[in-house]
Design a protein around this ligand. Structure first.
Ligand SMILES: Cc1cc2nc3c(=O)[nH]c(=O)nc-3n(C[C@H](O)[C@H](O)[C@H](O)COP(=O)(O)OP(=O)(O)OC[C@H]3O[C@@H](n4cnc5c(N)ncnc54)[C@H](O)[C@@H]3O)c2cc1C
Length: 547
């Protein structure tokens, strides 16, 4: 080219056409530990597809061609329809085909939740917005199963492996998606302040039809075929199945007022809606709306953990890839001692997040085991608090590994960074999660004791020491609420140190535990002490991502 002014050099090629599964040693080797290795071949195939340039392109497209709301048709009739770029439907189709919206319910077997978590973790590394309706559908199934007649109508469409994007009444669809509507303008964490009302159209109570009037301030994925919605009857807050179309084939009176202009999670439409005598069927008992929908929220919280662990994993992989190929001051970045400290510390954090999310998924597979129930009930909100929050700093640090190239929208790092905060906010924000941890411990003191005993059985002296420190904090009855974050942080670090000590390579586990106990360490990534040798730093980085 005549106008060429310089040679382009030292710019790192995109990471594409790699296998997301086989490049992840921790994920691959953990499956057998949870009796989920039967899923390995599926994950291998999916890992190749997800890491392909075509799918990465679809993920980027769905975040640049954003959902568009059309409230009315040409003649002025309400349609309240959101249109998406075809890439959105491609991604939903992939999630569906793999059964990530339902498989542990439709095909229960040992390790089913871990297998699904592994698949979901991989998908979350590529695109996050499309996870939202898949998660809500997944989490709604155990709630809907309790409604025998309704579930009989919905079951095949919920379990279907085919994505059906058509905007039609449920009866005419091959498959359906379900959302949830709780948050109103005056309160999201405190849903007791909900003002939406429900009036019986005939007989009252569970399974009966109601007319809902009011609003929801956040109502994600309004194109879902139905939402589980909280509304008040005279008895109190109750839960309703509110379909997009009424049984008579007319459009339900759910008016989508506008789409939220969000920081991240751009591909997913989140809306504000009003209900104008909208049709809904009561599910669960009247006045028991919160306990009914909480069953769903506990599962969505686990998906926040998995999703954030996936974001961290992808940010790490991108950071290591960049550092391996970018040179500064005469050396590859990955060979600079300080950068090695940063990358290794990030790799330890990501590994601990991955191990904890797999362990929590395994706990759902064993509902009759008291210890596993305590992992699920006490440690899910704790992990939701910690891992979702760690993802914020983590993605920022990985972005910085890319230097200026990390900060621009032409690469993947900006999207990962913008995506990070949402998991920490929705489905119960940080403080609310920590208060939930206190509540769960109070309700199940025996479960807490089982967890402490289990962790105290660790072969690692450091872990046993962490348990003793944790016990001291748990014994303090004064200022408990004020200290909820401190207690939750310790709970998670102890659990992660335990899992690392039991399942990770010994030196790697020691590096994690030492650094997380060291008061000097942990305020920023890259503060691992000199007791962690250069050889170990190299080893941690190279096993973290095998290109
Ligand atoms: C992109 C996006 C999509 C969403 N989609 C949906 C959806 O589909 N359906 C739905 O129902 N909701 C949805 N939400 C709403 C979300 O669940 C709420 O925003 C969230 O639960 C917090 O509620 P709030 O916004 O009313 O904040 P508030 O309840 O006002 O809380 C504000 C802050 O105060 C803290 N806080 C609250 N209570 C206490 C306390 N007792 N002690 C200490 N701190 C406290 C919280 O942790 C939070 O940090 C969505 C939110 C976002 C961002």
């Amino acid at each position: 080219m005549q106008w060429q002014t310089h040679e382009i050099s030292n710019q790192v090629a995109d990471l594409q056409d790699y296998n997301i599964f086989t490049s992840d040693t921790v994920l691959m080797t953990s499956l057998a530990q949870y009796q989920a290795d039967w899923y390995q071949n599926t994950l291998k195939t999916s890992g190749q597809e997800l890491g392909s340039s075509a799918v990465l392109e679809a993920a980027a497209l769905s975040n640049t061609h954003l959902p568009e709301l059309h409230t009315h048709d040409r003649q002025g009739k309400r349609i309240d329809r959101v249109d998406f770029h075809p890439s959105w439907h491609q991604l939903l189709g992939m999630l569906r085909k793999q059964g990530l919206h339902a498989s542990p319910w439709s095909q229960p077997r040992l390790g089913a939740h871990v297998a699904r978590a592994a698949g979901y973790f991989m998908q979350s590394q590529v695109e996050s917005g499309s996870l939202c309706p898949s998660t809500m559908t997944f989490a709604s199934i155990p709630v809907l199963k309790n409604e025998v007649f309704l579930f009989a109508e919905l079951k095949d469409k919920l379990y279907s492996l085919e994505h059906d994007p058509r905007d039609l009444p449920i009866a005419q669809k091959k498959s359906i998606l379900i959302g949830m509507g709780m948050t109103e303008k005056q309160g999201g964490s405190d849903v007791r302040t909900n003002t939406t009302t429900a009036v019986a159209l005939g007989a009252e109570g569970r399974g009966q039809a109601y007319a809902l009037t009011g609003h929801k301030w956040f109502f994600s994925a309004p194109m879902c075929d139905a939402h589980l919605v909280l509304a008040k009857t005279e008895t109190g807050l109750s839960c309703f199945f509110v379909p997009r179309w009424c049984p008579d084939g007319s459009k339900n009176a759910i008016l989508v007022q506008r789409l939220k202009d969000k920081l991240g999670n751009k591909s997913n439409s989140s809306s504000e809606v009003e209900f104008h005598n909208a049709y809904g069927v009561m599910i669960g008992n009247e006045g028991r709306g919160i306990p009914t929908i909480i069953e769903m929220a506990n599962l969505t919280r686990l998906d926040c953990v998995i999703g954030s662990a996936g974001l961290m994993r992808q940010a790490l992989v991108q950071a290591i890839h960049h550092a391996r190929h970018r040179t500064a001051f005469g050396k590859k970045l990955v060979d600079q001692p300080l950068m090695r400290n940063v990358l290794a510390d990030l790799a330890l954090e990501s590994e601990a997040a991955t191990r904890l999310m797999l362990h929590l998924a395994a706990a759902i597979d064993a509902p009759d085991d008291n210890l596993q129930r305590a992992w699920k009930r006490i440690m899910t909100p704790a992990a939701k608090f910690w891992i979702c929050k760690r993802a914020l700093e983590f993605t920022g640090e990985c972005m910085e590994v890319w230097g200026g190239n990390g900060y621009v929208e032409t690469g993947p790092m900006a999207r990962l960074y913008r995506e990070a905060p949402v998991n920490s906010i929705w489905e119960g924000s940080g403080n609310v999660m920590c208060l939930d941890v206190l509540r769960a411990m109070d309700r199940d003191p025996e479960g807490l004791q089982l967890l402490l005993q289990f962790w105290n059985s660790s072969t690692s002296e450091q872990v046993r020491q962490m348990v003793q420190e944790l016990k001291k904090d748990l014994a303090l009855t004064e200022f408990r609420e004020k200290n909820a974050r401190r207690i939750t942080q310790k709970l998670v670090l102890t659990a992660q140190a335990f899992l690392m000590s039991e399942y990770a390579e010994k030196d790697v586990a020691i590096a994690f535990t030492h650094s997380r106990m060291d008061a000097e360490c942990g305020r920023v990534y890259g503060s691992l002490g000199s007791e962690i040798s250069n050889t170990l730093l190299d080893h941690i980085i190279s096993r973290a991502f095998t290109e």
